[in-house]
Design a protein around this ligand. Structure first.
Ligand code: MTE
Ligand code: MO
Length: 254
């Protein structure tokens, strides 16, 4: 009996929680199933952890595979005067803001971001315009920054507001991820590329690397991170500049 319940509960996952609860009424206190009930109690948190821990990492490549030249795409130099001023002072006055549905809004300098534990990864970047290249990225995991800010009640998406406007319509570039991709270990805010400070053409001072998805999701020139419960009120509501203006898909998993 115990064995049957256990297998059914595990196979059926959390959908079987109701069955499990009914069955467990007949089991004694020391039953190992109480551990599963604890999981069911904290459903959201634990389910998220279980799903996250089973999400595979994308392939990381050896140094020898780094592309000799890494193409650029879209903006290569934001036009705003204040971007140029910040560039002149090595972004010393720039701060990454983290706001919205967070417990503690943040404003972090580049030096502060660089003082957090870093991650370096060599990965394949694929642009849907038909090119790919391999680069090495160094930065801080987005999950670490979000752990500092905390996530408020109802938080579902993380929006990246960028410093560049796209010529076509004059709107600022932006992108967004759901929490699952935002908290993935290879999702980083990169300030370094191929062992050097992130070049302007590739998004200085800070860019998103979301290795699970293709090119345009990897927002460059990230200035502000907003945590929201819905994407409706951001831009035209489709979750990103390309999504809003060129019918690109919001989930662009590789
Ligand atoms: N802010 C901003 N982010 C952006 C873009 C852009 O024009 N502006 N282009 C996107 C596209 S389509 C791609 S393929 C990658 C290119 O990054 P790279 O210029 O470092 O190669 O950045 C993405 N992020
Ligand atoms: Mo792209």
């Amino acid at each position: 009996m115990t064995d049957v319940i256990s297998r059914r509960a595990l196979l059926g996952g959390f959908a079987a929680t109701g069955t499990l609860l009914a069955a467990c009424g007949r089991l004694d206190e020391k039953s190992p199933f109480h551990q599963l009930l604890d999981v069911a109690d904290g459903f959201t948190l634990h389910a998220q952890r279980l799903i996250l821990s089973s999400r595979p990492l994308v392939r990381e490549l050896p140094v020898s595979e780094i592309s000799k030249t890494f193409p650029t795409n879209g903006t290569t130099m934001p036009k705003a005067d204040y971007y140029k001023r910040m560039l002149d002072t090595d972004f010393r006055d720039w701060k990454l803001r983290v706001h919205g549905l967070v417990d503690r809004p943040l404003a972090l300098t580049l030096a502060q971001l660089q003082s957090l534990p870093s991650r370096t990864q060599i990965t394949l970047h694929q642009c849907d315009e038909g090119w790919s290249a391999i680069g090495q990225w160094t930065g801080v995991q987005l999950s670490r920054v979000l752990a500092l800010s905390g996530l408020g009640r109802g938080a579902r998406y993380v929006v990246f507001h960028c410093l560049d406007k796209i010529d076509l319509d004059g709107a600022y570039y932006y992108e967004s991820l759901d929490l699952l991709d935002a908290l993935h270990p290879q999702t980083i805010l990169a300030y370094g590329m191929n062992g050097k400070p992130l070049p302007v053409a590739n998004g200085a001072p800070l860019r998103l690397r979301i290795e699970l998805q293709i090119g345009y999701k990897n927002a460059k020139y990230v200035d502000r991170i907003e945590v929201v419960d819905s994407l409706n009120s951001i831009g035209k509501g489709r979750g990103g500049w390309w999504e809003d203006f060129d019918h690109a898909v919001w989930y662009a998993g590789q």
